[in-house]
Design a protein around this ligand. Structure first.
Ligand code: ADP
Ligand code: MG
Length: 699
């Protein structure tokens, strides 16, 4: 095989050499030309555009200034010490402030020299300043040579010390680009480029680093994002297609139990969304191919019944089913919810978790192998070697963002020849862009309708100082016959603190409401004790339930109409939404009150705001994605696929949608990519799967 230009080690680039190459290897994982050229700048400086100091107001985005340092001083002492430099242009003065690295900056700054300053203005004590700006000497000659838009790259402290700052990187990349251009292959078919108005790969690579102008920079970004997302999507869709062609699935035609349940045991009418989703699942389970489906629905949308009806399809045909949840509490919740239905039909059901006794375990293993046990609910414990089904027909996975693809497939392999059907459920909605990326290989069903008669929950934000008023409101509602949840956050570091928090809350409530009964439930109670308290509350023997987040899942008390969340600022958005979902289950108007301290971080304020404004789980999930970023939102386990070089799932939803549609159309027309015009895709996919260099990932 020819040596690939892009596999060349960076040390061979003029001006870099072995020592700097080692720094690049160690600091930013840059080994080859491919790695270097894909080190995209995070912004560009426009060396011709400067703000005037007199125009600056607080909370402006990042701005660029040009001026001379007129005066410097060090004020404060010890940890309060700071260094201030006064920058002046023809319109005014502004303070530049440093709290750290003072010695270094002191040496660097010279009075009356002209500097370019880049930073974000903020207000402090009624005065506007810029803290820790980027600052460099202005060099008019250089500015002219570099052109207007100059790339700025992320670097590390070590790199800067070793003379590999952003400028040095820019210089190296500027060397590399003309050498690289002849070797860059187009990776998207001509018709895709034209129909989607994308520039060529060569133009994109050249312009992402050194754009001709703003417009070309935008086009370069767009093209590279499209390409990156296109290839993630085409691979996912190919897997989906491949599975459908390759894997046989059990055919579940008989519907005796299903009909019996539907006619005689179902207590309510299914919503249209539930019916639609059940039809989609039924179609999968009768078509002879293995089902791989994601079921999404907001809190309270009625996923449990859909899961149960799907189970019946398998059981009806002599098969077993299992449901795997990420935690014991969730497994227990599913077990409780499903047992009711299973018992009504006399179907054997059991639960297997880490805390199942060894005797109980043995019994379950035996009954599974004989095929007598039909429904098994559990945690990861279901994946153990010892757990052997006689004939597993359907595996339901309550994903809650926690199972990786590998674990999903491990579950399938419990059958030798034919894999069981797989239904993945999520407890809360996942933003569309994430769902398309993480579960892009699955078919998707969405329950987008709540059962009838639900009144939207009213959500308000109250400060701790309004506690008395809130208590008054609680009293009014209890007098009307309602019940109340009060939830305290889990403090991760300290079990003791959790309990103290909760007990303090309990005491103050007991004191404020002596005429009512109060339950308390927390993580350190034995399951039996918890259960007992939950039962009392659900029978309305207690009116107030004080709990930690253990009640986030697992309770369904329609008469409870108030959810008070203490220290709401400490909760994540999806958790707040889950908690809120505990009320609004009956016919009465329900309320959710978010209690916080007065001082809130910007993110916390945003979380509270979106909770107050909407009940829509999908909208909340989108905000969550914007605030936290995809990696954080989904947990590390699955973040590999979210490791994108340039696309951003929080912002590039439209491009993703477009890329997926294009990928879908191509695979529908040409599943094996045999058309001449698609040769470049095929080529690219094979170099992607070799995955020899980072470059191969997208080029
Ligand atoms: P989730 O999707 O959050 O798991 P559940 O399956 O727990 O929701 O359902 C929430 C509540 O709504 C349960 O009490 C369930 O019995 C009830 N429910 C589900 N579907 C319907 C329906 N079609 N009509 C009325 N109530 C329903
Ligand atoms: Mg549920």
């Amino acid at each position: 095989m020819n040596h690939n230009f892009f596999d060349t080690k960076v040390e061979f680039l003029k001006g870099l050499g072995p020592i700097k190459a080692t720094v690049l290897n160690k600091e930013i994982n840059v080994f080859t030309y491919a790695d270097l050229i894909q080190r995209y700048p995070f912004r560009h400086e426009d060396r011709t555009q400067f703000h005037q100091i007199s125009d600056i107001v607080a909370d402006m985005p990042y701005i660029q200034l040009k001026g001379k340092i007129k005066f410097i001083e060090t004020v404060g002492e010890g940890s309060k010490e700071r260094f201030i430099a006064y920058l002046r242009d023809s319109t005014g003065d502004i303070e530049l402030v440093w709290f750290k690295g003072i010695n270094y900056i002191k040496k660097f700054i010279q009075l009356n020299h002209e500097y370019i300053v880049f930073g974000k203005p903020s207000e402090f004590n009624g005065k506007i300043n810029i803290s820790h700006p980027e600052i460099e000497l202005y060099n008019p000659q250089e500015a002219k040579e570099q052109g207007a838009l100059f790339p700025v790259y992320n670097t590390t402290e070590t790199m800067k010390k070793k003379m590999l700052d952003s400028k040095a990187l820019a210089k190296a990349i500027k060397q590399l680009i003309p050498l690289a251009l002849p070797h860059i292959r187009e990776t998207l078919p001509e018709d895709v480029l034209q129909e989607n108005q994308l520039i060529s790969k060569k133009e994109a690579i050249a312009n992402i680093h050194f754009p001709k102008n703003m417009d070309m920079l935008q086009k370069a970004k767009n093209r590279l994002k499209f390409e990156e997302l296109f290839y993630t999507q085409i691979r996912l869709l190919q897997q989906n297609l491949y599975r459908k062609v390759t894997y046989q699935g059990f055919v579940f035609k008989s519907t005796v139990l299903l009909t019996e349940f539907y006619k005689n045991h179902l207590e309510f009418d299914l919503t249209n969304a539930q019916k639609r989703v059940i039809k989609e699942i039924y179609k999968d389970m009768t078509c002879g191919k293995q089902m791989n489906r994601l079921l999404q629905g907001d809190v309270g949308s009625g996923k449990t019944i859909v899961a149960f009806i799907s189970m019946l399809m398998a059981i009806d045909n002599g098969f077993q089913v299992c449901l795997m949840a990420p935690t014991e509490i969730l497994a227990e919740q599913h077990y409780q919810g499903l047992k009711k239905y299973a018992d009504s039909l006399g179907i054997p059901i059991d639960i297997l978790t880490g805390s199942t006794t060894s005797g109980g375990r043995k019994l379950i293993h035996d009954y599974l192998e004989t095929g007598d046990l039909k429904i098994l609910i559990g945690t990861h414990a279901l994946l153990e070697e010892k757990v052997k089904f006689k004939n597993l027909g359907l595996a339901i996975i309550d994903e809650q963002h926690r199972f990786g693809v590998e674990q999903r497939s491990k579950l399938w392999h419990k059958n030798a020849d034919v894999f069981p059907h797989v239904l993945v459920m999520t407890a809360t909605p996942i933003p569309r862009t994430l769902a398309m990326t993480l579960y892009g290989d699955l078919d998707v069903s969405i329950i987008d309708e709540l059962p009838p008669g639900r009144k939207p929950i009213k959500t308000v934000h109250r400060y701790d100082s309004h506690r008395l008023k809130v208590f008054g409101f609680i009293r009014e509602e209890i007098e009307k016959g309602r019940q109340v949840y009060i939830v305290y956050p889990l403090i991760e570091e300290s079990e003791k603190l959790n309990l103290k928090n909760l007990m303090d809350g309990f005491e103050s409530i007991a004191r404020a409401f002596p005429e009512y009964q109060t339950s308390i439930v927390h993580g350190q109670m034995k399951p039996k004790e918890k259960d007992y308290e939950m039962q009392r509350f659900s029978r309305n023997e207690t009116q107030i339930m004080i709990a930690t987040t253990v009640i986030e899942v697992g309770v369904n008390v329609p008469n409870a109409s108030i959810m008070i969340i203490e220290n709401a600022e400490r909760f994540g958005l999806s958790q707040l939404h889950q908690l809120r979902g505990r009320v609004g289950r009956g016919s009465e108007q329900s309320f959710c009150i978010l209690m916080t301290k007065y001082e809130l971080s910007k993110d916390a304020r945003e979380r509270i705001k979106v909770m107050v404004e909407t009940n829509d789980g999908f909208e909340i999930a989108n905000t969550d994605l914007k605030l936290r970023g995809p990696g954080d939102l989904m947990g590390t386990q699955q973040s590999g696929i979210l490791d994108l070089l340039i696309a951003d799932l929080a912002k590039d939803g439209a491009i993703l949608e477009q890329a997926r549609n294009v990928a879908h159309k191509i695979l529908t027309e040409d599943p094996n990519l045999q058309a001449y015009k698609n040769a470049c895709i095929k080529h690219q996919l094979s170099s992607l799967s070799k995955n020899s260099t980072n470059w191969a990932r997208i080029s």
